[in-house]
Design a binder for this molecule. Structure first.
Ligand SMILES: Cc1cc2nc3c(=O)[nH]c(=O)nc-3n(C[C@H](O)[C@H](O)[C@H](O)COP(=O)(O)OP(=O)(O)OC[C@H]3O[C@@H](n4cnc5c(N)ncnc54)[C@H](O)[C@@H]3O)c2cc1C
Length: 460
């Protein structure tokens, strides 16, 4: 969701490939794949061909890695001028890791307030160093930049809606992408497919990847009078409470010339508009005189899909379900999973010269991803259970956020996406004060009973 760093997010624990065709697909004899599942075979006279469906951060990053590594790559995006509904907060490490130029950043957030149900307010950013900030971007700007960069690396961008993915019944045949461009139905046979088509992924449906629970996030873009906007110059706010969301938080994020005010929920979707009214009411003095310029809503996956690789198809980003609980962060994980998947295909295909199979995708992509991030996702899931369950727990959360050590660990983990270097004694104090806050708010005991013991066991 509108992810910004989250309190306690302190663990990171044919001789040539055919071009898209408007002819009806009949038979692709030249695409016969000679590989078996155990030993990959060379592709002669052409390169491995990949279709990446979806040109968000996940798709562009996958396509860029594929093309840079020698794979013939087609990137499909249905709406190249559209803007994905999103808070647009990205961590500092993403700027370097994905070479995001500074002019793409609208705002640098250096202050953050977290506000409890009783309106206890904590400044949650006191430990940020002078060069540290959370970048706020507009998705239309970021996404189009990443797509153009992928194109410059040799990706063919296809501005079209993908309407179907034909899955071959034999491992020796291609996948066939059906898409609509300029009111014409076209087809493209490919060896490998990367599904980066977001939370409502058509690719996931085509490979029967299974469902995941989704939250709904609702957001209004509000243009403020200058004096009100200056308050949010470099400040983001998080509001917690049953009124704004029974299981998430409400936010005010500064954008280029307006603020995004929103909230989300999994367990009470029909009431999302009521929660939105509540967040607006809590921030009302600060947004008085503002004009709503856009209203948007979108699903957010709650956990990874049961299947993320099937055959020669891999899911990345939201299509795979890579959004963290608690904070609702997904942009970095989308770009990262896209790149990891692209690089995995390049590696397994030896630069586009060999056919690949399901085992390659599982070994080179899924296994690497899970070993890097599975625990982080589980940990944030656990925190959401503890701290978003009731108003008393939310009061405990905000109280805890006043602790500078908690703040430093949280920001380091969020900004750099790696395990913050802790200090044994401070860690002990942090655990003690967490338990202290929970006891004061009468949470310990009651909430602990609702934990999945298998999840808890991983952390003790
Ligand atoms: C309201 C809201 C606020 C959020 N705030 C934040 C935040 O502040 N920070 C953060 O890190 N995360 C945030 N998220 C989550 C973040 O937006 C997603 O995790 C991220 O966009 C996932 O990127 P993606 O590339 O996987 O998918 P998407 O960004 O959803 O991109 C999918 C792309 O595929 C295209 N597409 C889909 N189907 C087809 C098709 N059939 N044919 C062709 N193209 C297709 C779409 O047009 C789209 O461009 C927020 C989400 C919401 C809803």
């Amino acid at each position: 969701m509108a992810a910004i760093t989250h309190p306690l997010h302190s663990l990171t624990l044919p001789s040539k490939t055919p071009t898209p065709s408007s002819k009806t697909f009949t038979k692709f004899t030249k695409f016969t794949i000679k590989a078996t599942s155990t030993k990959n075979k060379p592709i002669s006279g052409r390169r491995l061909t990949a279709a990446v469906i979806g040109g968000g951060p996940a798709g562009s990053s996958a396509a860029e890695a594929l093309a840079s590594g020698g794979v013939e790559t087609y990137l499909f995006e249905r709406s190249p001028t559209g803007a994905k509904p999103c808070g647009g907060a990205i961590p500092l490490c993403m700027l370097d890791e994905f070479s995001i130029p500074p002019h793409l950043i609208d705002r640098k957030v250096t202050h953050m307030k977290i506000i409890s149900p009783s309106n206890l307010t904590v400044d949650f950013g006191k430990t940020l160093k002078s060069h540290e900030y959370i970048s706020m971007v507009r998705r239309e700007v970021l996404d189009s930049y990443l797509r153009s960069r992928a194109e410059s690396k040799g990706v063919t961008l296809v501005k079209a809606l993908v309407t179907n993915l034909d899955v071959p019944t034999s491992p020796n045949h291609p996948y066939v992408i059906t898409y609509t461009a300029n009111n014409r139905i076209k087809y493209l046979p490919v060896d490998v497919v990367v599904g980066a088509d977001g939370a409502n992924s058509r690719v996931a449906k085509s490979i029967h990847a299974g469902e995941y629970a989704c939250a709904i996030a609702f957001q209004e873009r509000i243009k403020l009078p200058d004096d009100k906007m200056s308050y949010y110059e470099n400040l983001a706010e998080m509001y917690v409470g049953d009124d704004v969301s029974p299981d998430f938080y409400g936010w005010v994020f500064p954008k280029c010339d307006h603020v995004a005010v929103g909230t989300g929920t999994v367990c009470s979707k029909p009431n999302i508009k009521g929660f939105q009214r509540a967040i607006r009411s809590r921030v009302s003095p600060k947004i008085a005189g503002g004009t709503v310029i856009k209203v948007e809503a979108h699903p957010i996956p709650e956990h990874p899909r049961p299947i993320r690789v099937r055959g020669r198809v891999a899911l990345v980003g939201d299509a795979a379900g890579y959004v963290t609980k608690c904070s609702g962060e997904g942009i970095y994980f989308a770009a990262k999973s896209g790149r990891m998947c692209g690089e995995a295909i390049v590696k397994a295909s030896e630069g586009g010269q060999m056919m690949i199979g399901e085992e390659d995708l599982k070994r080179e992509y899924l296994k690497q991803w899970d070993s890097k991030y599975k625990m982080t996702f589980r940990f944030l899931d656990l925190l959401q259970h503890v701290f978003y369950g009731s108003n008393a727990a939310r009061e405990a959360l905000v109280e805890l956020c006043g602790d500078e050590y908690v703040q430093r660990m949280t920001f380091e983990s969020y900004l750099y996406k790696k395990l913050a270097q802790g200090n044994g004694w401070e860690d002990f104090k942090m655990v003690s004060s967490t338990i202290g806050s929970l006891i004061r708010c009468k949470i310990v005991g009651r909430e602990m009973e609702s934990f999945d013991p298998n999840v808890l066991a991983k952390f003790v």
